[in-house]
Design a binder for this molecule. Structure first.
Ligand SMILES: Cc1cc2nc3c(=O)[nH]c(=O)nc-3n(C[C@H](O)[C@H](O)[C@H](O)COP(=O)(O)OP(=O)(O)OC[C@H]3O[C@@H](n4cnc5c(N)ncnc54)[C@H](O)[C@@H]3O)c2cc1C
Length: 662
């Protein structure tokens, strides 16, 4: 703290104490401050009498809307701070809701730092508490006394950690790796730089892609979908992987046709072809094959651990096929289903998680990665040694503008003004750490944008039409994300709307958003608009009602026919005809990094010369090579669980390998 700030803090603290003691006068650290202080003390004296016991409410602006806080004042002290209502995202904002109210009471001040990763929620709570306290009669000076938390809190922290397996990052990939390693009998430490666990994954949409005969056989395949499969079979096979996938699909379809089947066909081979072609044949087909053949097994594993799913199967935004399983909001958010089941098992199996432990450097000994160095949230340096392996699961870099700009060659601009769907934790740390020990980086220029709303209702597009600010469709909703975003960036104002009816909002989502909010509670007439009829919806959106009703009528005619859309849509669900109707305003956001650390099918990190780096594994968005130029929506969750498990199992197997070597 600077000297000036220190003096001011002493002055303000003095005033605060005096006001509580009801005493006038104060000796300050500096002559020149004395008159100011006297004046403030006089004000304080005048005001102190008006600080009345009671409960006061105030409101502040969080990330998703208003946060209301109730403050109880007793004997001129802040006794309690309670959150009355909010629409912040569970998981990300949890730490702010736990810490900020507690700290306001502890330090009797709202001049507190925001909790890392939950800045908007923190500031919303602080603002709401401030307003409530002003109502109680406190002055600004009394409640904004600077707090030097570092001086007050000398945290005792463990700084020399050790386990069989050290996992860096607590998102879906990290928690899957950690749990899988524990299930194999290893001891495991998870290091997480943020105050809460879950990363990007806990705020993810709901989509998990894998072929699932039981669910898909309940739906009719459209003529356009059949044509899509045929088009893949007609393609010239670029390599033996493609040949094998085509062969398997041909064999399946012979049987399918012989049985007179009409349901939505799918298989790991079709999933693999769509993933590979959907990424412009740039991915490593071996990794694609591994992902698609294991996605169903990983889904079962996650379900056995506790994940729950909505009935049916949908096409997620950019999924290209009806194979997205929709997670419920059992754990608060849909993304909770991709982290919390593993976390529960992790705790039961004795895993140790260290929050606010930021990994900064991998430790290498004799060509093997044996641990990691870093720094804690309170500034202490730590080391975490791993006797078998270190798993990098630090996610992507969509929130790191410098890295986006460094690697982007595809989009006109990915600078500060371009929004991202990712939390602030996605800064690419693992990529930097791995590169420093010689890891090869692949596909770094492929950065995905996605067209999504803020607030975000759902990524599922099965029963959704996209319309621009003039009420017209402009792109096939079931197309590739890069093509959709290119089209969005060409629309007036560079925004559009998801148009939904109760087939989506009630039948699929049960009135909730993927982030666990009651949809009707967050209708604001701008980003989320609701109306009983399409005409009323159009009026609220500021567009011509006839245009919107005609657009939806045309869309419904393609749904009825299962084909014929001039924009090329092939996946159709229900007509949009069951009000109330909703419009969710959406933009192109930086969303996902296809590039990252090169791995093999065993999730081992590969160096610049094509060799495995002993002791180092990676899984999840920190890796590259699985999705090519364009990831299919719903494929990341399948990827992080699948490769997370593979990384954890193989790191745990190192125990035996090392023992065998010695
Ligand atoms: C809004 C949204 C919706 C999405 N919806 C879907 C969907 O429906 N289907 C789908 O397939 N994909 C979806 N995705 C993409 C998917 O969620 C992510 O790609 C995936 O969750 C990444 O998982 P991960 O475990 O690799 O990384 P993360 O979940 O980001 O976890 C990485 C963790 O590592 C921590 N970390 C980073 N650096 C360090 C360090 N130096 N030291 C210690 N810890 C560190 C981070 O804080 C974080 O907790 C969505 C993404 C977003 C943002």
């Amino acid at each position: 703290m600077s000297n000036g700030k220190k003096i001011m803090a002493i002055v303000l603290s003095c005033i605060l104490i005096l006001s509580f003691l009801g005493t006038a006068g104060c000796t300050t650290a500096g002559e020149d401050r004395e008159s100011d202080t006297e004046q403030m003390a006089t004000e304080t004296q005048a005001n102190e009498v008006s600080i009345a016991d009671g409960k006061y409410e105030g409101a502040g602006e969080g990330l998703n809307g208003e946060i209301r806080v109730a403050v109880t004042v007793e004997n001129q002290k802040i006794k309690t701070v309670e959150i009355v209502s909010h629409s912040e995202t569970a998981g990300i904002s949890d730490a702010a809701f736990e810490r900020i109210p507690e700290d306001i009471v502890k330090y009797q001040s709202v001049a507190l730092d925001a909790v890392a990763g939950a800045t908007y929620s923190s500031n919303g709570i602080l603002e709401a508490a401030r307003k409530a306290l002003l109502q109680a009669g406190f002055t600004e000076a009394q409640i904004t006394a600077e707090v030097d938390k570092e001086e007050k809190e000398e945290k005792e922290e463990e700084t020399e950690l050790a386990a069989d397996v050290v996992v860096i990052g607590s998102g879906g990939a990290g928690m899957s790796a950690a749990t899988a390693a524990l299930q194999e009998g290893s001891t495991v430490i998870v290091l997480e730089k943020m105050p809460t666990y879950g990363g990007n994954t806990i705020v993810a949409g709901s989509g998990y892609n894998c072929a699932d005969y039981e669910r898909q056989s309940q739906y009719e395949m459209t003529a356009a979908q059949r044509e899509t499969i045929e088009s893949y079979l007609e393609m010239e096979a670029e390599n033996s992987w493609m040949q094998e996938w085509q062969k398997e699909i041909r064999q399946d379809l012979e049987e399918y046709d012989a049985q007179g089947s009409t349901y939505v066909y799918d298989s790991p081979a079709l999933h693999a072809i769509m993933t590979w072609i959907g990424g412009d044949e740039e991915a490593n087909p071996e990794l694609v094959d591994m992902l698609c053949r294991n996605a169903a097994d990983s889904y079962e594993w996650l379900t056995q651990l506790g994940a729950e799913w909505v009935d049916g199967i949908e096409a997620g935004n950019g999924a290209l096929w009806q194979r997205s399983h929709t997670a419920t909001t059992k754990y608060g958010t849909s993304g909770g289903c991709f982290v919390e089941p593993q976390k529960e098992a992790f705790d039961e199996l004795g895993g140790q998680m260290y929050l606010e432990y930021k990994a900064e450097e991998l430790i290498e000994e004799n060509g093997r990665i044996v641990g990691v160095k870093g720094v804690t949230g309170s500034g202490n340096e730590f080391t975490a040694m791993a006797s078998q392996g270190v798993v990098l699961a630090t996610g992507g870099f969509a929130a790191n503008v410098e890295m986006r700009q460094k690697y982007n060659t595809i989009w006109p601009d990915l600078g500060e003004s371009v929004p991202t769907t990712n939390p602030s934790s996605s800064t690419g740390d693992g990529i930097v750490m791995a590169e420093a020990v010689g890891a090869n980086l692949v596909d770094m220029e492929y950065i995905q944008m996605v067209a999504s709303g803020d607030p975000f209702i759902t990524p599922i597009i099965t029963n959704v039409a996209f319309v621009n600010s003039q009420g017209e469709r402009f792109v096939r909703e079931d197309g590739r994300r890069d093509e959709i975003c290119e089209a969005v960036l060409e629309q007036p104002g560079q925004y559009f709307y998801y148009i939904m009816d109760t087939h989506t909002t009630v039948d699929l989502l049960d009135g909730m958003t993927i982030h666990g909010f009651v949809l009707d509670d967050i209708v604001d007439g701008e980003d989320i608009i609701k109306a009983d009829t399409l005409e009323e919806l159009a009026e609220q959106m500021g567009i011509d009602p006839d245009t919107l009703t005609n657009t939806v009528a045309e869309f419904n005619s393609y749904v009825d026919a299962g084909s014929g859309d001039p924009l090329g849509r092939a996946t159709f669900g229900s007509r949009i005809d069951a009000g109330p109707y909703y419009a969710n305003r959406a933009y192109a956001n930086v969303h996902y990094c296809m590039g990252g650390v090169e791995i093999d099918t065993q999730a081992r990190v590969i160096d610049n010369e094509g060799n495995v780096i002993p002791g180092l594994y990676a899984a999840g968005e920190v890796t590259g090579g699985i999705h090519g130029t364009n990831r299919l929506g719903g494929n990341s969750i399948a990827d992080i669980i699948t490769f997370g498990r593979i990384a954890g199992q193989n790191a745990a197997a190192e125990q035996r390998n090392i023992a065998n070597e010695s």
